[in-house]
Design a protein around this ligand. Structure first.
Ligand SMILES: Cc1cc2nc3c(=O)[nH]c(=O)nc-3n(C[C@H](O)[C@H](O)[C@H](O)COP(=O)(O)OP(=O)(O)OC[C@H]3O[C@@H](n4cnc5c(N)ncnc54)[C@H](O)[C@@H]3O)c2cc1C
Ligand SMILES: *[C@@H]1O[C@H](CO)[C@@H](O)[C@H](O)[C@H]1NC(C)=O
Ligand SMILES: *[C@@H]1O[C@H](CO)[C@@H](O)[C@H](O)[C@H]1NC(C)=O
Ligand SMILES: *[C@@H]1O[C@H](CO)[C@@H](O)[C@H](O)[C@H]1NC(C)=O
Ligand SMILES: *[C@@H]1O[C@H](CO)[C@@H](O)[C@H](O)[C@H]1NC(C)=O
Ligand SMILES: *[C@@H]1O[C@H](CO)[C@@H](O)[C@H](O)[C@H]1NC(C)=O
Ligand SMILES: *[C@@H]1O[C@H](CO)[C@@H](O)[C@H](O)[C@H]1NC(C)=O
Length: 535
């Protein structure tokens, strides 16, 4: 018997209706199951439901977007979490892990949300977000020069809390105040005191982590292997970092900053060439960052394209000493006393974060980012100075591509004294500077994404002969899913090894061993997590 068109249509409608109902019932019951499980496992019990946001909740989108720092992953088509869990108590983190495992749903852990490729809040399989923003207390103890910092705190909050108690202490970490402690400290963490003090991870003395079984471990109970792994290996392969205890560093009452621009017509080539020969050897109190950007200069003859190099520095001392260091080792820049600005360390934090002179230190407590663009970043390490000819070639390429810029960050100093195996972060002695490739844009859509991603990939590819090789180094915190084969739920050691050795070099195998010991079934997984060995 043949089915009539009408009854076929009806059947289709019924089927569709069933599908819709069953899919919403699934997501609804996942929410209910989770809340039920949570209240069973966490205390205080009555709060369990108030920390879980279902997709249907009117605040869901706002909570999700609050810590998205790359518009590329804020599109309608970006996969959304089934629920967002926002623990305000450590026991709720423990329960969230147990319940996610019970229900069998992947967990993404987010602290400050600055992951350049959005891995803390996007996945291509059904997932939950464990959002740490409520866990952000900071306890600074000036007597023993330490601080306990919860994962959801920002770097700006940490700097502020240190400044509240002392004008001669600081912490070596990133320059962007809204970066989260959870991702930054577990993935390395560098800023403008790197040559004097190394990375953030070089100053971690204790930690609290919730492991795959929901237990809270500190340094003593987790053991030195896991403690080693979560200082540079990325926290999210091993558990949920609740907090780190860091050792503060001493900063002078007066520091000096400067910002000097040179175009190609102003000898930028010679100056950059020379900079490469001194930047890793000069006084450890000096850190310099070079911004290299294509610009258009207007003159009577019309306009011409060139490259502008901006030298931005922090010197841990006064301007008189800085000038004498520069005259001796880097006269090519022609730095003058009037280029230098003396200030307190906390003012230098604001200066580097591009706040106007006179801005209140309170701005460091503002967790909202200024401009959230569409963006892509990549990284490289340079171990041999780039020749003048190759610099000339690079300028042409930068001008030709027109959009991507580069940032050169000095290495050497303390970085060269710490053995490459001391922490999972391997890029120590032998590196002159680190490159960050950067492109940002404002237009939404796949076309704009593709255009800009192609430009930055072309620049990265152009640089291949000039940067570190076999393996080509990369910085974990400059997350780049272009590196290696990237698909979710990596189980294979061989696949993980592709990005693993670029980020961690010879430390990759030790990370795999730790992973195999603490999470053999690979619950804590994401596109670039550390794979366990098969068993
Ligand atoms: C504007 C901007 C400026 C930056 N400046 C610097 C800089 O100066 N120096 C520098 O070194 N880096 C810098 N970075 C990179 C930054 O260090 C990394 O993106 C870092 O991982 C961000 O940490 P987060 O907590 O904000 O990010 P998230 O996106 O929340 O997390 C990043 C990664 O860490 C994991 N993770 C987060 N919290 C936890 C936790 N509690 N437990 C376990 N795993 C966790 C996430 O799952 C994800 O894999 C910058 C990034 C941006 C966007
Ligand atoms: C949304 O979820 C939050 C957190 O669970 C809860 O406090 C709030 O009441 C919910 N809002 C609505 C409209 O359901
Ligand atoms: C700060 O550290 C000192 C020295 O370890 C200790 O005696 C003191 O109790 C600590 N203060 C606080 C508030 O924890
Ligand atoms: C560039 O360098 C040359 C030689 O080093 C020097 O003679 C010239 O004055 C410099 N030009 C500028 C604009 O600094
Ligand atoms: C204008 O062009 C002429 C000829 O190319 C050149 O000599 C001169 O320096 C240019 N002037 C400016 C201001 O760029
Ligand atoms: C900041 O402004 C104050 C007052 O206007 C001025 O005295 C000081 O020199 C300025 N500092 C810098 C670094 O520009
Ligand atoms: C925090 O910073 C954002 C972005 O710069 C700004 O829009 C907002 O007004 C600031 N909030 C406060 C309280 O200063």
């Amino acid at each position: 018997m043949e089915m009539s068109r009408a009854s076929f249509g009806l059947l289709l409608l019924l089927l569709l209706g069933f599908l819709i109902i069953s899919s919403s019932a699934t997501s609804g019951s996942i929410y209910e199951n989770f809340v039920q499980c949570l209240s069973k496992h966490s205390s205080p019990f009555d709060q369990a439901s108030s920390i879980v946001y279902a997709q249907t909740n009117s605040s869901f989108t706002n909570v999700l977007q609050s810590y998205i720092r790359n518009q590329r992953f804020n599109a309608f088509s970006t996969p959304k979490p089934l629920i967002i869990v926002t623990p305000s108590d450590e026991s709720q983190v423990q329960a969230a892990i147990i319940c996610s495992r019970d229900i069998g749903i992947q967990l993404r852990i987010r602290s400050g949300g600055h992951d350049y490729d959005g891995l803390s809040y996007v996945s291509d399989v059904p997932f939950f977000i464990l959002d740490m923003f409520n866990l952000r207390s900071i306890n600074v103890n000036i007597t023993d020069e330490t601080a306990w910092v919860q994962a959801g705190a920002t770097l700006g909050e940490l700097y502020y809390k240190i400044w509240e108690k002392s004008r001669v202490h600081g912490f070596p970490a990133g320059v962007c105040p809204t970066v989260g402690v959870g991702g930054h400290l577990s993935g390395g963490g560098y800023g403008n005191m790197l040559r004097r003090y190394g990375l953030s991870i070089d100053h971690i003395v204790d930690a609290q982590i919730v492991n795959v079984n929901g237990y809270i471990l500190d340094r003593k109970s987790m053991g030195e292997d896991l403690f080693w792994a979560i200082r540079g290996g990325g926290g999210a392969s091993f558990g949920v970092i609740l907090s780190y205890k860091v050792k503060l560093v001493r900063v002078p009452e007066i520091v000096t900053v400067f910002r000097v621009e040179k175009t190609l017509a102003q000898n930028a080539t010679d100056i950059v060439y020379q900079w490469q020969h001194i930047t890793d050897k000069i006084d450890n109190d000096l850190f310099t960052r070079l911004l290299l950007q294509p610009i258009t200069v207007k003159s009577d003859n019309g306009s011409a394209k060139t490259v502008r190099v901006t030298f931005i520095s922090l010197f841990l001392g006064d301007s008189t000493r800085l000038i004498s260091v520069m005259n001796k080792d880097f006269p090519e820049l022609g730095l003058k006393k009037e280029d230098c600005m003396e200030m307190s360390w906390i003012e230098s934090v604001l200066y580097w974060a591009n706040f106007d002179n006179g801005t209140s230190v309170d701005v460091l407590l503002n967790r909202t980012s200024d401009s959230v663009n569409f963006l892509k970043r990549k990284s490289d390490y340079v171990q041999k100075p780039i020749s003048r000819d190759d610099l000339e070639g690079l300028w042409k390429k930068i001008i030709e591509l027109g959009k991507p810029g580069m940032v050169f960050n000095s290495y050497g100093g303390r970085m060269s004294e710490i053995p490459a195996s001391e922490t999972p972060f391997p890029h120590r002695a032998g590196n002159i500077f680190k490159i960050q490739y950067s492109v940002s844009w404002h237009d939404e859509g796949a076309e704009a994404d593709k255009e800009h991603m192609n430009l930055i990939r072309e620049l990265y590819s152009y640089m291949t002969p000039l940067v570190s090789k076999t393996p080509r180094g990369a910085y974990l915190n400059y997350r780049d899913v272009d590196i290696g084969i990237s698909h979710n739920g990596k189980d294979s050691y061989q696949e993980g090894k592709v990005y693993g050795v670029q980020y961690f070099m010879n430390n990759f195998d030790r990370l795999v061993k730790v992973k195999t010991a603490v999470d053999p079934q690979n619950f804590f997984r994401y596109e670039q997590s550390i794979p366990p060995l098969p068993y």
